[in-house]
Design a protein around this ligand. Structure first.
Ligand code: URA
Length: 241
């Protein structure tokens, strides 16, 4: 027990997931060596385990997603710029730091991405929020945009794209490409569970986009579900199916 967990693609070892630090190079897997940050805090791991259990009811599932989303937001906003300001406490003036620059914009990939918004907004209440809707064309199997609404000045903001499950990675890569078309340069991606296949797709298309996940799973099944995963995140969040 040295506190390390191992990549699903190379269970034999060698893939240390540090506590919210970039992972070490994975010698044999699909995984790029950097830009995956797994928030392996004990509370995150505990809550993700509860999320995975098939008997977890909708209300608990939603609450747990909110809690994990807040903890992910804490990690992902670690490098927000600060500026020195002078304030007055009830006793004395002081120099302190406050956030600088344009407010963050969260961009939800519909519909399951909406499940991550509430928890993140609890931590960053002044964030702006955009939405991207994509469906998979049955012929080409490529993502097609059906909805896009973001702040007009999104190009000047740090953007966090959210979707609970990074499975094939196709819709995330398409969403990031769409935001780049709009001039966005500072993009991060946050999910609950990432699969190696999705990480590879997103990293190959957008190596500049760091991926924050609450857990790294083994692989996709033949239906594109993450294993072991937690099932369909949208259905479990909204009580559908
Ligand atoms: N989307 C989900 O909701 N779950 C998966 O396992 C994969 C994609």
């Amino acid at each position: 027990e040295d506190g390390r967990t191992f990549c699903g693609s190379c269970l034999a070892g060698g893939f240390a997931i540090a506590n919210a630090t970039p992972v070490q190079p994975c010698p044999r897997s699909l995984m790029p060596s950097s830009e995956l940050i797994v928030a392996s805090h004990p509370l995150v791991q505990h809550k993700v385990s509860l999320l995975r259990r098939k008997e977890t009811p909708t209300a608990d599932f939603r609450r747990l997603v909110n809690e994990v989303a807040l903890l992910l937001a804490y990690e992902i906003t670690r490098d927000l710029p600060l500026e020195a300001v002078t304030i007055e406490t009830p006793l004395t003036p002081m120099q302190t730091n406050m956030l600088a620059g344009k407010k963050v914009c969260l961009v939800s990939i519909l519909r399951a991405g909406n499940g991550l918004l509430e928890g993140m907004l609890d931590l960053i209440p002044s964030a702006r929020v955009g939405h991207i809707g994509l469906y998979r064309d049955p012929q080409t199997l490529r993502p097609v945009e059906y909805y896009y609404k973001v702040p007009s000045d999104i190009a000047e903001r740090p953007v966090i794209v959210v979707d609970p499950m990074l499975a094939t990675g196709n819709s995330t890569a398409a969403a990031v490409a769409r935001l780049k078309e709009d001039g966005v340069r500072d993009i991060k991606f946050a999910c609950l569970i990432a699969a190696p296949e999705g990480i590879k797709t997103l990293h190959d298309a957008h190596p500049d986009v760091p991926i924050y996940a609450a857990a790294l799973d083994d692989h996709l099944n033949e239906h594109g579900y993450i294993l072991p995963g937690l099932g369909d995140a949208g259905d479990r969040l909204f009580g559908t199916r």
